[in-house]
Design a protein around this ligand. Structure first.
Ligand code: FAD
Length: 246
């Protein structure tokens, strides 16, 4: 890590992820496309006490293969200081809310966030419900009508059992390739075009049973999320925090 940061092993996670990914990209990774994390300098007692699951998993070994993976959403629903969203009566707290950590969450802060903002949201929920005195009605939108509409349940036609699975795998691959640790403008633009194709394929797919209805509903949400992340990436003109774009 000394090669990548003056902070060495104490570098923030975005720096560390890019360092690992660069090592892998430049051919210095393991055969499984990872790198070795060396825990040899940590006394066994400390490891056992502080990272028990890892200690058990290692079974006496002191190295472990690692590679970067997504494990937190920095973006999310916009909230104000009382956890209120733009929908009256709808509050958001925790990982689903965006903006708390800026562009880069520091290690260990997510649970603190959940506790702090969960508490604020809870208090606000009590206050708001007393004030409202009734259950707020969520506004009916075209999208909600489409998701709940029975027409999806009664469509008939030729069904390819693998079609939804194929769209899901394609979408996951697109997201993995374009929004991984190091992004490129061309990659994000291509991903946006790919999403349009998946959306068309999804819209054309006749849903004939309940499992397919659930799967296609989830795919629509995954597509929306991917689109929002890519659009945000494209509108961000500089690399900052976890968004690193060449
Ligand atoms: C591998 C890993 C390690 C982590 N390590 C740490 C760490 O060491 N320290 C730290 O601070 N943070 C860590 N985090 C991050 C932290 O765990 C999460 O940010 C935090 O748990 C988010 O809590 P949450 O309550 O906001 O969301 P979640 O824990 O995701 O809770 C959301 C809940 O809503 C439910 N749900 C979803 N959709 C629906 C629906 N339609 N209807 C009803 N329920 C629904 C889900 O099932 C889930 O139970 C880690 C995350 C990962 C993935």
């Amino acid at each position: 890590m000394g090669k990548y940061s003056v902070d060495g092993c104490f570098a923030t996670r975005d720096v560390m992820a890019r360092a690992i990914y660069t090592e892998i990209l430049e051919g210095r990774g393991t055969a499984d496309a990872g790198v070795y994390l060396d825990l040899g300098h940590i006394p066994a007692d400390t490891l056992m006490e502080r990272y028990r699951t890892l200690y058990d998993y290692l079974g006496g070994r002191r190295t472990i293969q690692v590679a970067p993976a997504a494990h937190f959403m920095m973006g999310g629903v916009s909230i104000d200081e009382k956890c209120r969203t733009s929908v009256p009566g709808l509050l958001a707290a925790g990982e689903v809310a965006g903006g708390i950590h800026g562009a880069n969450r520091l290690a260990g802060n997510a649970l603190t966030e959940a506790a702090v903002f969960g508490s604020i949201a809870g208090r606000e929920a009590v206050r708001a419900s007393r004030e409202l005195g009734k259950i707020p009605v969520v506004q009916d939108t075209e999208e909600i009508r489409n998701i709940t509409s029975v027409k999806y349940l009664f469509k008939t036609g030729a069904v390819s059992a693998d079609e939804l699975g194929r769209i899901r795998t394609g979408l996951q691959k697109t997201v993995e390739e374009s929004m991984y640790v190091i992004r490129t403008l061309a990659g994000l633009e291509k991903a946006m075009a790919d999403l349009d194709v998946y959306a068309e394929q999804l819209a054309a797919h006749p849903v004939v049973n309940y499992p397919e209805f659930l799967e296609s509903s989830q795919l629509r949400l995954m597509l929306s999320t991917a689109r929002i992340i890519i659009r945000s990436g494209l509108s961000r003109k500089e690399s900052i925090g976890a968004h690193y774009c060449l």
